[in-house]
Design a protein around this ligand. Sequence first.
Ligand code: FES
Ligand code: FE2
Length: 401
Amino acid sequence: MLSETDNQRLTGVGRGTPMGDLLRRYWMPLAAVAELDDRPTKRVRLMSEDLVLYKDTSGGYGLLDAHCPHRRADMSYGIPDACGLRCSYHGWLFDRGGNCIEQPFEDVAALESPFKNKVKTKAYPVQAKAGLLWAYLGPSPAPELWDWDIYHANAYKQIIYYEVPCNWLQCQENSIDPIHFEWLHLNWSATQRGSTAASRRHVKLDFKEFEFGFTYHRLLENAPEDDALWTIGRVCLWPNCLFTAGFAWHVPVDDENTLTISFVIDDLPKTRPCVQPRVPYWYAPVLDARTGKLRTDTFGNQDVVAWVGQGRICDRTREHLGQSDRGILMLRRRLMQDLDNVAAGADPKGIVRDPARNHRIPLPRVQQKVVFGAAGPIGAFRPMPGQPQEIIDEMARLWAP
Ligand code: FES
Ligand SMILES: [Fe+2]
């Protein structure tokens, strides 16, 4: 249970709030590289800031205020230029640093005192990595954008967006909640199928902190103590990600909305090299179009049901935490400590500033065996609702016997 003040401290993401300032110390994924190849601008809202992400005609990326500083037109309808984005209303051009570098009419009318030198719009740096575009909204200098070893694996990758109408922290607390898997995913799925078969129960849990987050460890009944889920565990990755076999970043849109970006990584044997010129992306349908209610049919959608059910911002003054929630308490305590660290001017947890160190950083990972089309163990690949046919076809080709 938390006090109302602490709940606000942990959940508010706007600029100038304690958590908003902490989260701004990290690069945040925003979109798939492939998405900007398909359409060169994307309107985004990140930590309560309305922005437009764009790709210019030289292949560079930028992130600007969503509204033009001239007369507030929507820059997501802008025209990409060789070195920036031009507003489609009166043609003002802004570079990646937010400087106004052209005002077509003013440049003719007022050559003497260039008005454009006085105009600047909000701008943030963007980097491409692992098929994703990442933004940094914090103070300079920006830290390294983590280069996780698994990005370089011989694997089929895809990016799935979930638009989740609740605060980011309830999504991230789920990243250190092993018991929910037994109930929310296994037992509830069985019930939905009309089965009464119960999943194997958890008999032991453990949680450990490491440089880049926490690991959680589960021992299921009848599992040996050398089971990888007990010895290696799963990763609650700092500050807003779950890393299992792939990643799920819970990117705060604002206090009451989150964009979960799931980066699915399915390993292939070395004998089957997988070269992806672009990592495909798609939006998971979170709502059932027929009933208007949340879908309950995939693990991803079941997670969304749990998070959204806790309310737009979970009222943590009314919880009753037990032994299964030890990891959640560790996570909150560590976040609180980082709020103090940032307020005192120090770097928060996990920041890497040495480029030499930021090379293929390993993370604990339990490998999953992927079998196309099998109705078997967890990790078996089955087409998901909303998954584009081209991805299903490509996976079928890659995993063909
Ligand atoms: S509103 Fe953008 S150039 Fe006028
Ligand atoms: Fe889950």
